[in-house]
Design a protein around this ligand. Structure first.
Ligand code: F6R
Length: 609
């Protein structure tokens, strides 16, 4: 949700900012801009559109300066337009700000500033920040930013440059993420790690209420009152190659193909193939503490919520513990019932989703144990939870989550096994057999990916449909939800996920030849039930595609097309059933000419409510 970048160093500023913005573009892409300061002025370029439009606008401009900031926007206040694009200026144009977040008290601040003689040019909330800093400026940019930050209510990660102090960037954070990259003699500020990986792996994560003052001689850290802070430098192991497309047409396709590896990486070192034991001491919650919990509440949004639903089936089945799965955006406003014997697990690939973070904060008031299941090291949700179970998916750039979903499934399977062992619901022999099945999953995923061409050809038949139904039952009901979400978000085809047994209670009225059904039907305890549901649709002339085991002969004459997957333990089928659905959605969207990696109206990392 908006990306900010800043650079101060000896290299040409603009190429670094533009390259950084490309790597942040998945956070928002309706307008973009950069500003560079030299000794005489601040050069500002903004466009409505994407980073490639900004690049075109910059043309062969050789603007350069001491340092600069850039922004890629996902509009909240003010429609996408050139004037509402960041960076935003003060009255004189000698100071600019880029901002990720929302300033909640901007209207009252704006009224006051207008009364005091400030002239506003845009509809944005961000512009008040520039005018506030202008108001407080008395020879020290950091002091003015500190004072302004204290007036602001809401969420902000900002980077500020000024003509008065042209060799300085001041960054401040309260809510959305901000990281500082320390290269040899060059410094960066960014919304996330991706733009920094090709320059440095030495990172400082700003916490809420903290600021960084970046100059060519180094970086100082302080709080909003000016108190100096000693910050730890973290060494990041993600590599720059992880944020390249590496020959794939889209990041989403590359990430779909990375799934066997991310499952391997997420399992690695955490299970024993000799004893059936699971090693999750790293999560920071002891076995004794887990033994005491009597309930699990999973909180998440979107695809992570669907992973949470799979987690419920895994934990209830293996660890025999009640599990509720909640939408973060609903939970945070509910009069929920929670006590200290519950474990609250927040699932979030980014670790920054505003609703999930707020729900975690609300839940913590009742003092439960809290565990983050997250892909991004040191993200806000991980910092505010008692423990963290990391997925090892590497950075995900496609806006639609794919590989992080599979990594979440792997982490949830591990956690369910761990909990079951700790609670004495599972002996090591049975655990070993499940772990063996789990270890075979990546290879089976590879078998499915080898058939991608078949799914690509199949997709061609469905490009003009406007509606789709996805059906599943049991542990594959969440997979039906996820398959439908993938199709709608990247191809803009309306798709609904439904539990098969619910069809007869209403939705079956929708079925006709214009509404194909994708049924997820591995052989499990609800297989026969799904076959009945399929036959109810078939008699109403609906076209049916089915994701089913390759050795399932029975399904062949009951549906129109089979997407075959290798068989596996019923509890681990979601790892495999998900893949054909991701590929199907991808190929339909790509062949309809949709912007697969950056679907309209969406952004990765939803850091506003
Ligand atoms: C869908 C998708 C979103 C995210 C949701 C939560 O493809 O990516 O639905 O799953 O915004 O994001 P995280 O997991 O970062 O909290």
């Amino acid at each position: 949700m908006c990306g900010i970048i800043g650079y101060l160093g000896p290299k040409a500023v603009i190429p670094i900012l533009v390259d950084g913005l490309k790597k942040l573009e998945y956070r928002g892409y309706d307008s973009a801009g950069i500003a560079v300061v030299d000794e005489s002025r601040i050069h500002l370029k903004r466009v409505k559109g994407k980073i490639c439009d900004l690049e075109k606008h910059l043309g062969s401009d050789t603007l350069d300066g001491y340092c600069g900031v850039g922004h890629t926007r996902w509009a909240t206040h003010g429609r996408p337009s050139e004037e509402n694009a960041h960076p935003h200026q003060d009255c004189t144009g000698s100071l600019v700000v880029v901002h990720n977040g929302i300033i909640e008290n901007y209207l009252s601040l704006k009224k006051k500033l207008i009364k005091e003689g400030h002239t506003f040019r845009t509809e944005t909330d961000t512009e008040v920040i520039a005018h506030l800093i202008e108001k407080y400026y008395q020879g020290s940019l950091e002091k003015a930013v500190q004072q302004a930050a204290r007036d602001l209510e809401g969420a902000f990660a900002i980077a500020v440059i000024s003509l008065q102090e042209p060799e300085k960037i001041v960054a401040a954070k309260n809510g959305p993420p901000a990281v500082i990259g320390l290269g040899g003699g060059e410094y960066f500020v960014s919304s996330d790690l991706n733009p920094l990986l090709s320059h440095t792996q030495e990172i400082v994560f700003l916490e809420d209420g903290e600021m960084a003052v970046i100059e060519s001689r180094g970086v100082k850290f302080c709080d909003f009152k000016g108190k100096p802070l000693e910050k730890k430098v973290d060494h990041i192991t993600w590599s720059p190659l992880m944020v390249e497309k590496r020959g794939f047409k889209h990041f989403m396709l590359k990430e779909i193909f990375e799934q066997p590896q991310v499952v391997r990486d997420t399992l690695k070192g955490r299970v024993s193939l000799d004893s059936g034991r699971v090693f999750l001491d790293e999560i920071g919650i002891s076995a004794a503490a887990l033994k005491r919990i009597n309930r699990v509440v999973i909180i998440a949004c979107g695809t992570s919520y669907h992973a949470g639903l799979v987690g419920k089936y895994l934990m209830e089945s293996l660890a025999r513990i009640p599990v509720d799965v909640e939408y973060a955006s609903e939970y945070r406003y509910r009069d929920f019932i929670l006590d200290k014997d519950a474990l609250v697990m927040v699932i979030s690939q980014s670790g920054e989703t505003a609703d999930s973070l707020a729900a975690l904060r609300a839940a913590k008031k009742n003092k439960p144990l809290t565990l983050a299941l997250c892909n991004v090291v040191k993200s806000s949700i991980t910092r505010e939870s008692d423990g963290v179970l990391y997925t090892h998916a590497g950075p995900e750039i496609g806006v639609a989550a794919t590989k992080t979903f599979s990594a979440q499934l792997a982490a949830l399977a591990l956690f369910a096994l761990h909990l079951a062992l700790v609670k004495g619901c599972l002996d090591e022999k049975r655990s070993l057999s499940l772990i063996e099945d789990l270890q075979r999953i990546p290879h089976r995923m590879e078998n499915i990916l080898n058939q991608a061409k078949h799914i690509e050809d199949l997709a061609l038949k469905f490009l003009t449909f406007s509606h789709f139904l996805y059906l599943g039952r049991g542990i594959n009901f969440p997979v039906a939800l996820e398959g439908a979400l993938k199709l709608k978000e990247i191809s803009y085809i309306h798709a609904e996920g439904y539990p098969g047994g619910e069809m007869k209670h209403g939705p079956i009225a929708l079925i006709d030849e214009k509404m194909p059904t994708m049924a997820v039907v591995p052989r499990d305890n609800v297989y026969e039930k799904m076959l009945s549901n399929i036959s109810e649709i078939k008699t109403r002339v609906g076209y049916i595609l089915a994701v089913a085991f390759e050795d399932d002969k029975e399904i062949q004459d009951k549906v129109d097309t089979v997407l075959a997957i290798p068989s596996t333990h019923p509890l681990f089928t979601p790892f495999l059933t998900t893949l054909p659905l991701q590929l199907f959605a991808y190929y339909i969207a790509a062949k309809r000419g949709a912007d697969v990696d950056q679907p309209r109206n969406l952004a990765k990392s939803v850091t506003v409510e």
